[in-house]
Design a protein around this ligand. Structure first.
Ligand code: ACO
Length: 332
């Protein structure tokens, strides 16, 4: 860190975004056909009506989380006008890392062809990106880092039970990334993170590796209605809290980017915050729920199609297994 007190960067700011989806796009009709071969009944109509999802992308068996993270990170670096050598911190939010260890962040660092900077994973399931961004913001504000690569990347398809129609239709794979840099201008205005471990059972993948075997159930389990009710309540609370912390009001928000789990949760949150749906970035229809990747994927979509512009105020909100939730309010 080298800067004089008067011009010392006091904020962190997103300087570039990127994302990547694995090429295999599976429509609801295609998924319904695959499930029918297993004797499981579902339909495009049911999935669209209850979730807003029309398609998702699935990674092939040879593709790991760090493989999806790499092109997303490279696109974010290019957008920021940075190279991997400029990065002094890599955080990957994921619940589906390539290995038990080392972290997906270390594997991504190697794939980027750099070494030496700090690299670690954050595991907060669907809130992971908001957690990771808040950690990076804090490390930049403390002076410990100047140029962070913050990635959300998942191969959630690996956790799905394709005999359970209540969960397997909801999720997909992908990666999104941002470059977050020290800045004299904001940037991140306020953030807040929460967890309540009393709700572990409503959304979990309880298996573990021990003695060379998987012990317990390695597939995702969810009580959809319990998750739905909790999600709508905490998303409203945390949104109001970060907006107040930043001294802003709901009407200052140009774009809401909620975790992309279910269009009905997103509509409920927008309604409570009195935001019209045309100020909500929606990608759940084409991506499904990509857990920690969903927010940076949606952010990048909004930036690249020109809706989100420099100076816009953006509210990012995550919620997921743990139970975890959080929000980041920022000027883009
Ligand atoms: N196709 C057809 N029918 C289905 C399917 C399916 N894929 N899945 C469930 N059904 C049936 C059920 O069996 C049930 O049938 P029944 O009435 O004969 O018993 C009926 O549809 C209604 O089931 P519900 O579970 O009551 O449906 P609900 O309207 O609650 O929708 C859903 C389920 C979509 C999971 C919803 O609860 C939800 O979105 N919850 C939020 C969970 C979420 O988004 N999780 C993502 C991860 S967590 C996170 O990221 C925040």
């Amino acid at each position: 860190m080298t800067s004089s007190a008067s011009s010392a960067p006091r904020f962190s700011r997103i300087t570039g975004t990127g994302s990547f989806l694995p090429p295999e796009r599976v429509s609801n009709q295609q998924l319904a056909q695959r499930l029918a071969e297993r004797g499981i009944e579902t339909s495009d109509e049911w999935i669209v009506e209850r979730t807003g999802i029309r398609a998702r992308h699935f990674a092939d068996a040879g593709t790991a989380t760090s493989d999806l993270a790499l092109p997303a990170a490279q696109a974010a670096l290019e957008a920021a006008g940075r190279s991997a050598a400029d990065v002094d911190l890599i955080i990957v939010a994921t619940s589906t890392p390539d290995m038990v260890f080392p972290s997906a962040a270390c594997l991504l660092q190697r794939k980027l062809g750099v070494a030496g900077c700090a690299a670690f994973d954050v595991q907060a399931v669907c809130s992971g990106f908001v957690y990771a961004l808040t950690v990076a913001d804090s490390l930049i504000k403390s002076g410990a880092a100047r140029c962070a690569l913050v990635v959300g990347a998942e191969v959630f398809s690996r956790l799905l039970d394709f005999d359970d129609r209540t969960t397997c239709v909801l999720f997909g794979d992908g990666a999104g990334a941002v470059v977050l840099e020290a800045s004299v201008e904001p940037g991140v205005l306020a953030s807040e993170l929460h967890a309540d471990g009393r709700h572990v059972e409503i959304l979990c993948t309880p298996g573990t590796v021990s003695g060379g075997q998987v012990l317990g159930d390695p597939l995702l389990k969810m009580d959809g209605q319990a998750v739905f009710k909790l999600a709508v309540g905490v998303l409203e609370q945390v949104a109001r809290s970060v907006i107040a912390k930043a001294g802003r009001t709901e009407s200052d928000i140009d774009w809401l980017i909620p975790h992309q789990a279910n269009i009905r949760i997103m509509q409920g949150t927008a309604r409570k915050l009195k935001l019209p749906m045309d100020r909500v970035i929606v990608t759940v229809d084409e991506h499904g729920n990509t857990s920690a990747a969903s927010i940076p994927l949606a952010l990048d979509a909004g930036v690249r199609d020109g809706r989100i512009r420099r100076g816009h105020t953006v509210l990012l909100e995550g919620v997921g297994g743990g139970f975890t939730w959080g929000a980041v309010l920022l000027d883009f």
